[in-house]
Design a protein around this ligand. Structure first.
Ligand SMILES: [Zn+2]
Length: 297
């Protein structure tokens, strides 16, 4: 049975979404974006993702790979192509010059304000589709979008529940997509090479005491998804300020005293690990789409 263009494009978008996830943790302050280019017969002729700030955007990367095969083809991209001259030329221009005739987009860029890449592509006579698999694309772009909306990074607290129920910092439970690790002096952060290799760890003692100021400063420096590895007492000011969006707690024992987990959060997921449990909690009043998506990670 011949598959339809719509089905080919949905498959390509899922591929672009999966590719984009490889950029999580390394692209900040840029978004993690994936792109697939199909030729005029619907065959895949290029695929890739944005790796880090200063390197080519996903579209430019993939168009270079596709070369002449992109003429008359379709670009499938998880975020609206950019329209601004930054460190790299704008992607809408690169798509037009490559001879792309159709662009399929999942998420519109909230920073493009009406005259973004999508509008410019349309004006150039390109067939533009917006909103394909937008919820699935949010699985990867959600935290970046949330950070943009709130002008502060998404914050996940990684902690370890001792047998007595007290909390110590634990960087090993933090997700790989965090771009910045903040730790206290007693946490396991510095003893976790697999994690610290990818991150620029920051000691809490180098940040302002006020949690709002600390996160605003990190956001200004380009952090979008921050992991906090700190003990319960140290993390308390961030909890009190309502700034911890997500808690990952590693519980290797049957814990006698779970009440030490903070109020105001609900269990979003419980994973059975080889050496215990991982409890994933999200804030009760979290009302944006990304938080429910984070819980399904
Ligand atoms: Zn771009």
């Amino acid at each position: 049975m011949r598959i339809t263009t719509a089905e080919v494009e949905r498959r390509a978008m899922r591929q672009a979404i999966a590719l984009s996830a490889w950029g999580r943790g390394t692209t900040s302050p840029n978004p993690p974006v994936g792109c697939v280019v199909l030729d005029s017969d619907g065959r895949l002729v290029g695929q890739g993702w944005h790796r880090r700030k200063g390197e080519p955007h996903a579209e430019a990367h993939v168009l270079a790979q596709a070369g002449y095969a992109a003429r008359g083809g379709t670009a499938v991209v998880t975020l609206e192509p950019c329209c601004h001259h930054g460190r790299t030329p704008p992607c809408h221009r690169a798509l037009i010059e490559a001879g792309i005739v159709r662009v399929v987009i999942a998420v519109l860029d909230p920073t493009s304000r009406g005259r973004g890449g999508s509008a410019l592509l349309h004006e150039a006579g390109i067939d533009v589709v917006e909103g394909l698999l937008v919820e699935e694309a949010h699985l990867v772009l959600g935290p970046w979008l949330a950070a943009l909306e709130r002008q502060r990074p998404v914050l996940t607290w990684g902690c370890f529940l001792t047998r007595e129920g007290s909390l110590t910092g634990d960087a090993t439970v933090l997700p790989g997509e965090i771009d910045t690790l903040v730790h206290d002096d007693t946490s396991t952060a510095s003893a976790t090479p697999a994690v610290t290799e990818r991150l620029a760890p920051r000691s809490l003692s180098t940040l302002p005491n006020d949690p709002h100021q600390a996160l605003a400063g990190l956001h200004h420096e380009g952090a979008r998804v921050v992991g906090l590895a700190a003990g319960g007492v140290t993390a308390q000011s961030y909890l009190d300020a309502g700034l911890i969006d997500h808690i990952e707690a590693h519980s290797p024992h049957e814990v006698a005293n779970l009440p030490n987990l903070p109020d105001g959060y609900r269990l979003a997921r419980i994973s059975r690990l080889n050496d215990g449990l991982r409890l994933s909690l999200i804030r009760n009043n979290a009302n944006t789409t990304w938080s429910s998506l984070l819980s399904h990670r």
